[in-house]
Write a protein of this length. Sequence first.
Length: 288
Amino acid sequence: MTTHALALSFDIEDWFDSEFVSESDRRASRESVVERGTARILDLLHASGSRATFFLLGDAVRAHPELVRRMVDEGHELATHGLDHCPLWRLDGDTLARRLDEFRGLVERVLGRFPVIGYRAPCFSLDRTTAWALDVLRDQGYGYDSSIFPAWTKLYGVPDAPVHIYRPARDDLARHDPNGALVEFPVAVASAGLLRVPVAGGFYLRALPLPLFQLILGAIRRRRPVALYLHPRESAPELVRLPLRGIAWWITYRGIESMPMKIEQLLRRHRSRPMREVLADAGHLAPS
């Protein structure tokens, strides 16, 4: 039985970039989890022989150039998560273009080149109200996107979008257009008829029992390539804790103590490859 590729990705952002963190919380502490959390991720990937895609904020590139160089030296893919963690809902086309130009400059100062063709919007904020971003990304030379969350959540989602790799139509992100500007690699959502169950990583890996998560992930891999995402704060759960309540606490901290073990177990069972490589091997992008 065919098993399709797993593309593990990491959104390299800080704890205070979460939409659930208030301005007062941000002012109370600026202790970063990026350096320690990302170093642990890189160690786990190295130990398992896996490679991944790192969706970097420009803020992280600026603050941690040594981590960026290590990612490249160890065979991982760099992609962009924006200049800071501002969602597309708060931007327009010209502003996004300027921010992408600035991101490019930060990476070029670290590496002397710009090996980036992938984009993921903060908060998965590419939806029908922000589809204009596809034109900006195309004009900036990007080849693929991983911002469309094909299920409904409280914060984001395009619930009728395809769960597989496709090219979104500019006038309807849920429709495949073979001439679409970018390839879309949506994060993992299991589907059965009208039912959709996200298992994309992050909160879902924390909240679900690991055997159930592995079972669903294996079932999806028998059908198509799979994209997952995680964050540095999930590999360093002991660092920063905020007095959040209700749904904000649930989404931010539910099961976080188990995450280092779960990530290690996940990598033992599933070998990961960078998104760009998976897309090229499946014929969606030209080989790099």
